[in-house]
Design a binder for this molecule. Structure first.
Ligand code: SME
Length: 205
């Protein structure tokens, strides 16, 4: 009787036979010498990526200043354009908004934002990341929102958040809040950049 082998079986057998060859290639590239070269290559890529982000944020500063000094538009419209600019140009900024103290109440009110609509237009002081910053007066970077107890979830796609307080005459009057769908993307570069933006915003308030 003639046995006709199935083409799939033939291919599968071939893969199995070649496994030792694949493993030897793998081991060859994992020798210390190649491994360290690979790591240096990754380091160089990271340095370039860091520089690129830094440059990109620097370029955005002058655009923000130009938007804010346009007195033909209302302050809220200018703030909205800043949110839009940041969201459109920084890859890991997925939701950008400004909260301000709601009159004399111990709560924050969302003034304007770019990104998905949120249910959290009012946030009591002390609640969530924003509410904590209203009291602490300190920058707050959350690399992983799921690891936070006192966190108000806006969307299940959000992985990280940064909140930077906004001071006018030394008083904490609001904040810029940014949500990201990337894990742990925020660095000191973002802190310095967003502090600059808040200082510029304070000038027109
Ligand atoms: N996550 C924030 C709530 C505001 S949303 O991010 C728009 C918080 O925990 O305070």
């Amino acid at each position: 009787m003639k046995i006709i082998s199935h083409p799939k079986n033939t291919k599968f057998t071939l893969y199995i036979k070649q496994l030792p060859v694949y493993f030897s290639f793998y081991n060859f590239f994992l020798t210390k010498q190649y491994h360290s070269q690979y790591l240096s290559f990754l380091n160089i890529l990271n340095i370039f990526a860091g520089k690129f982000v830094g440059m990109q944020l620097e370029e955005l500063k002058s655009k923000v200043t130009n938007i804010l000094k346009n007195k033909d538009q209302s302050v809220t419209k200018r703030l909205h354009s800043v949110c839009q600019l940041l969201r459109d140009h920084v890859e890991y900024y997925d939701w950008v908004g400004f909260y301000f103290r709601n009159g004399n109440k111990e709560e924050l009110k969302l003034r304007t934002y770019a990104g998905e609509k949120t249910d959290h237009e009012i946030i009591p002081f002390g609640k969530g990341i924003c509410g904590q910053v209203a009291i602490s007066n300190e920058n707050f970077i959350v690399p992983d929102v799921q690891a936070q107890d006192n966190y108000i979830a806006c969307s299940f796609t959000v992985k990280s958040e940064i909140v930077i307080p906004l001071f006018k005459n030394g008083k904490n009057i609001g904040q810029i809040d940014i949500d990201s769908e990337t894990s742990d993307p925020f660095t000191e570069k973002d802190e310095r950049f967003l502090e600059f933006i808040n200082q510029e915003v304070a000038k027109i308030l």
